[in-house]
Design a protein around this ligand. Structure first.
Ligand code: GUN
Length: 281
């Protein structure tokens, strides 16, 4: 069965739009783009478009190569103070001369819409409620919920140990009582682990990670990869055509995980807005 991230994300965005219409003050999302890579520009444009469509305020700050770390530090301090900004996102990666971690750490954790600040990472990994959870893994958890995919006692393999996807993903699965394996580039017996897994989440950014001979009959396959081929067509890192009939559930690329990431970004912005409102009461 196909996991339709486009459909699920549409429902979430529609719900947020309805709720936002009823608000006097609107949730505000600030996005910082300090990179000229085309994919990042596309992502930031779609974040802005979605935010405006559902009635949020959107503030996008685009910088060229001349931007200095101190410019961004100053901007983040301003955004932390700005009461109409509820979520701050630094689009990664940044230009090479910039230090992303230093910037992430000066975001007010209560406005850290990506859940990248050490306070939020620490809270997540201690089983405490973070102000926000990283959007891509959170979106994948929503898909499991939507399709009633059972996680308790299932063997779940996460491939890729990034702070953006793999690590938080493993933690969220663990919290839902899955038995989690977090594999990475130094893992030697990936095929054998994969073949025994009920759930595989591939988040390496490398093409051809998961082939049909690695998949157990009835497994759930989540493809986080977004790779452009030579003709400019998007595909994932899972051999979709040959696995579709082996898996019980599988995400397409595009139209699987991608749209959920943006929907979760909007959901997180809304939640941070609500928290900020409640704090004023
Ligand atoms: N670059 C790729 N994915 C993401 C994400 O989820 N958040 C941010 N800030 N940058 C990214």
């Amino acid at each position: 069965m196909l996991i339709d991230g486009k459909l699920v994300s549409k429902e979430i965005l529609e719900d947020l739009k309805q709720k936002t219409q009823k608000l006097n003050e609107k949730p505000g999302l600030a996005v910082i783009l300090a990179n000229d890579n085309p994919a990042s520009k596309v992502y930031v444009n779609s974040k802005e478009k979605r935010a405006l469509e559902i009635g949020f305020r959107s503030y996008v700050y685009r910088f060229d190569r001349n931007v200095k770390q101190t410019d961004l530090i100053k901007l983040i301090h301003e955004l932390n103070q700005n009461p109409s900004v509820h979520g701050i996102l630094i689009q990664l990666p940044l230009f090479n001369h910039l230090n992303a971690q230093q910037l992430i750490e000066i975001i007010n954790p209560k406005k850290d819409v990506d859940g990248f600040h050490p306070v939020n990472v620490g809270r997540l990994h201690s089983g405490l409620k973070p102000y926000a959870v990283c959007c891509t893994p959170l979106g994948i958890m929503k898909l499991f919920e939507y399709y009633n995919i059972e996680l308790t006692a299932k063997s779940a393999l996460v491939i890729g140990r990034s702070n953006i996807v793999g690590r938080p993903m493993a933690e969220l699965l663990l919290q839902k009582n899955a038995t989690v394996t977090l594999a990475h580039s130094k893992t030697t017996n990936l095929k054998a682990i994969a073949k025994n897994s009920d759930i595989i989440i591939s988040a390496t950014g490398k093409a051809n990670m998961i082939t049909a001979d690695m998949v157990k009959k009835g497994a759930v396959i989540i493809d986080v990869g977004i790779i452009k081929n030579l003709e400019g067509k998007l595909h994932g890192e899972v051999d979709f055509e040959n696995i579709e009939n082996i898996a019980s559930y599988i995400t397409p690329v595009p139209g699987g995980v991608g749209p959920m990431t943006i929907a979760m970004l909007m959901q997180n912005t809304y939640n941070l807005f609500k928290e900020a409102q409640n704090a004023k009461l």
